[in-house]
Design a protein around this ligand. Structure first.
Ligand SMILES: *[C@@H]1O[C@H](CO)[C@@H](O)[C@H](O)[C@H]1NC(C)=O
Ligand SMILES: *[C@@H]1O[C@H](CO)[C@@H](O)[C@H](O)[C@H]1NC(C)=O
Ligand SMILES: *[C@@H]1O[C@H](CO)[C@@H](O)[C@H](O)[C@H]1NC(C)=O
Ligand SMILES: *[C@@H]1O[C@H](CO)[C@@H](O)[C@H](O)[C@H]1NC(C)=O
Ligand SMILES: *[C@@H]1O[C@H](CO)[C@@H](O)[C@H](O)[C@H]1NC(C)=O
Ligand SMILES: *[C@@H]1O[C@H](CO)[C@@H](O)[C@H](O)[C@H]1NC(C)=O
Ligand SMILES: *[C@@H]1O[C@H](CO)[C@@H](O)[C@H](O)[C@H]1NC(C)=O
Ligand SMILES: *[C@@H]1O[C@H](CO)[C@@H](O)[C@H](O)[C@H]1NC(C)=O
Length: 614
């Protein structure tokens, strides 16, 4: 959130000396933890117990039977680790296995920002996570993840590359001490797995580096010749914005970045809408309208102790079924796969803007999952391109500025709506995406108070004519409302009052294999909402941060529902109901395929109403 404050901080920089805008960490913030620690350390009484941070998620259980091996993949302290990932050699266990679960534990003590981390098997990113922010008493968290979808990778030797860019110096004192363990086991009816997984990445594993693309600095393109007995192909994409793009959903239109220049300085532009595109040989193959994950220092850090944001420990990947492209991909020739990230190109804050390449800092990778048929699978009769309709989205923006009698701008309201209906079809199948989006932003008090209310709804549907068991319908919805008010005391010090409501719902008809989006095989549905208020306050050399977070969560998968309602106040869990609700052995899903009749129908709530804060 530092970027909201940069201008103000420039004006009042002398009041607080811990401003840090560090380009490669997960976002940029001022040094709240630093001050918070000094405050704590000056308090009398015993040091409180270690904080156990957690993301509310369906627990992944390491099985008690069928385990064939356990390997410690990493024991590493990430101190001053910029550009120097942990690199280790992985050799598959000699026993037979068809499933893999990893368990990651991290602990830290002292002063530190939140950091983004990525785990790779050689050139392929298999997990993107972020860290909690430590306290003086110390923090610890564990995240357990089913990695069985990558079985074909685990069956071969790999270089484990774990990048967690951290800085330790006399101000930022907390290293992240981590362990990563893999458990290899056998289940009776394993879900099918991709036969071949190809990276859409910068492929630096052989030199012991991470393989993320930095868009737009990198040309995020790879070229592959696809083996000819493939019958089904999907791509998953992992992408998130950093620095000026971390809070992209609060960015104003580029033509209006100087609306409050004399009060808060230049705002961040590009508008609040982003589209990630997958292009095959330059043709649109599918899009992702990103989920706005908030890292543990984001908006107001007090909101994220100890409950972190949805996906903060496991940033979900979005999927695009590229099976309709198989006729052209199976011509035995090389084909290019490109990830691009786009923002709004507006000229005057109204009208119908076009999309243009994002200005800065999206970290993206993709994976191509290829499923083989048998040797008798007929080859495509024609290598024609699929039919692509709806390649362009419909986008509309408007804005208004109010002024004080003396002509100074006092407030800015800006609205963006976008929709698209993309269909890609060929004899191998079809891929359909319908998406709708809206974002209303309001900056008042000359830019010191900002609220954005955003909603993203989507449905996507894959039809695979050669493997109909993999037909899939997914509907999702992720509303977010964030309000942040900054008050700067000219005598030194700052106060932030923040309030947010953020949710994620989806309903997935499911596929036999494990989805990197739903994290499970088969039908799944999720409904979760976080509501929080956070406050930060600093005066010279002393600052504190506190807040309240409430989360409701229910996920149905493998025929049962996991439900958890939890509330934390000032860093302590005060209410927590956890348990398996009776699922009657069947998923709580409507037997609908193809059309969910509008995601609002099942989410049952909209942005703006849940909280009445501020
Ligand atoms: C840690 O928590 C336990 C149980 O609540 C308490 O007895 C103990 O005093 C605490 N330790 C510190 C250092 O606060
Ligand atoms: C982390 O590891 C370092 C180096 O081994 C050690 O000095 C430090 O005490 C550890 N910190 C925690 C919180 O375990
Ligand atoms: C990106 O890389 C691809 C594949 O190497 C190449 O064909 C394309 O021209 C490059 N694009 C740019 C803008 O450099
Ligand atoms: C008021 O806002 C407009 C539109 O962003 C901008 O061009 C203008 O410079 C602003 N006026 C002042 C005094 O900052
Ligand atoms: C703003 O630009 C759009 C095109 O981007 C144009 O249609 C519209 O007329 C412009 N409005 C004004 C007030 O200049
Ligand atoms: C204009 O009026 C507003 C509201 O009274 C005030 O905050 C601002 O400083 C004034 N601007 C100038 C340039 O006098
Ligand atoms: C803040 O800390 C600095 C350096 O430690 C010190 O020089 C200064 O006097 C402190 N200010 C206050 C108000 O305590
Ligand atoms: C949380 O901390 C703030 C600031 O110290 C305090 O005002 C508030 O009463 C605390 N809330 C609870 C429930 O303890």
């Amino acid at each position: 959130m530092c970027r909201h404050l940069i201008a103000a901080l420039l004006t009042w920089a002398s009041s607080f000396g811990t401003v840090r805008c560090n380009p490669s960490r997960s976002g940029i913030r001022f040094g709240q933890s630093h001050d918070a620690v000094r405050r704590e350390s000056s308090q009398a009484g015993p040091v409180s117990n270690i904080t156990r941070d957690f993301e509310v998620a369906s627990p992944v259980q390491i099985p008690s039977r069928g385990v064939c091996a356990t390997q410690q993949l990493m024991v590493h302290s990430f101190g001053s680790s910029y550009g120097t990932p942990f690199v280790g050699a992985y050799t598959p266990p000699s026993c037979d296995f068809n499933s893999v679960i990893i368990s990651f534990t991290a602990t830290s003590l002292g002063v530190q920002y939140d950091r983004l981390a990525m785990m790779y098997l050689s050139d392929i990113e298999v997990w993107r996570t972020s860290t909690a922010e430590p306290t003086r008493a110390g923090i610890i968290w564990t995240y357990t993840k089913d990695m069985s979808a990558y079985l074909s990778l685990w069956k071969k030797p790999q270089t484990i590359i774990f990048e967690l860019d951290n800085i330790v110096n006399n101000v930022y004192t907390g290293p992240f001490n981590t362990t990563l363990t893999a458990t290899f086991f056998t289940v009776d009816k394993p879900p099918p797995k991709a036969d071949l997984i190809l990276p859409i990445s910068s492929r630096q594993g052989a030199v012991g580096k991470q393989s993320v693309f930095n868009i737009p600095a990198d040309n995020a393109t790879v070229v592959y010749t696809i083996p000819d007995h493939v019958t089904r192909a999907t791509v998953s994409i992992s992408a998130n914005g950093q620095i000026n793009e971390e809070f992209w959903y609060t960015n104003v239109f580029t033509s209006q970045v100087d609306t409050f220049k004399d009060a808060v300085g230049t705002l961040v532009g590009g508008g609040p809408f982003r589209e990630i595109q997958l292009l095959i040989d330059g043709h649109l193959a599918g899009v992702v309208w990103p989920f706005p994950v908030i890292f543990t220092g984001g908006v107001a850090p007090g909101i994220w102790r100890p409950i972190v944001n949805i996906q903060a420990f496991d940033l979900a990947e979005s999927e695009i079924d590229i099976t309709p492209f198989l006729p052209v991909l199976l011509d035995g020739k090389p084909h290019s796969f490109t990830i691009s990230v786009l923002q709004l190109a507006d000229s005057n804050g109204s009208g119908t803007p076009t999309l243009t390449e994002v200005e800065s800092f999206w970290l993206a990778t993709g994976k191509i999952f290829l499923f083989y048929g048998n040797e008798k699978t007929p080859r495509p009769a024609s290598h024609a391109l699929p039919k692509i309709t709806g390649a362009d989205p419909t986008i509309s923006i408007s804005s208004s500025i109010t002024r004080f009698p003396n002509g100074t701008n006092s407030s800015l309201t800006y609205t963006t709506t976008a929709s698209r209906a993309l269909t890609i079809s060929s004899p191998y199948g079809s891929w359909k995406q319908t998406l709708s989006y809206s974002n209303t932003g309001e900056l008042t008090s000359r830019g010191f108070v900002q609220t954005n209310t955003q909603s993203t709804h989507g449905t996507q549907s894959a039809v695979n004519t050669r493997s109909p068991a993999f037909n899939q319908d997914l509907a999702f919805d992720y509303p977010i409302t964030v309000t942040t008010a900054y008050v700067i005391n000219p005598k030194g010090g700052i106060r932030i009052d923040a309030s947010l409501s953020t949710g994620l719902s989806f309903r997935d008809s499911g596929r036999p294999d494990i989805s990197p989006f739903s994290l499970v095989s088969g039908p799944a549905s999720l409904n979760t909402l976080q509501q929080g208020t956070g406050h930060y306050s600093s005066v010279a050399n002393a600052s504190y941060s506190f807040g309240t977070t409430e989360q409701t969560f229910s996920k149905t998968s493998h025929g049962s529902m996991y439900r958890r309602d939890v509330k934390a106040v000032n860093g302590t869990v005060v209410q927590d109901s956890e348990g398996l609700a009776p699922g009657g052995g069947r998923p709580v899903l409507d037997p609908v395929k193809g059309s969910f009749g509008g995601p609002r129908g099942f989410i049952g709530r909209g942005p703006g109403s849940p909280w009445k804060g501020l």
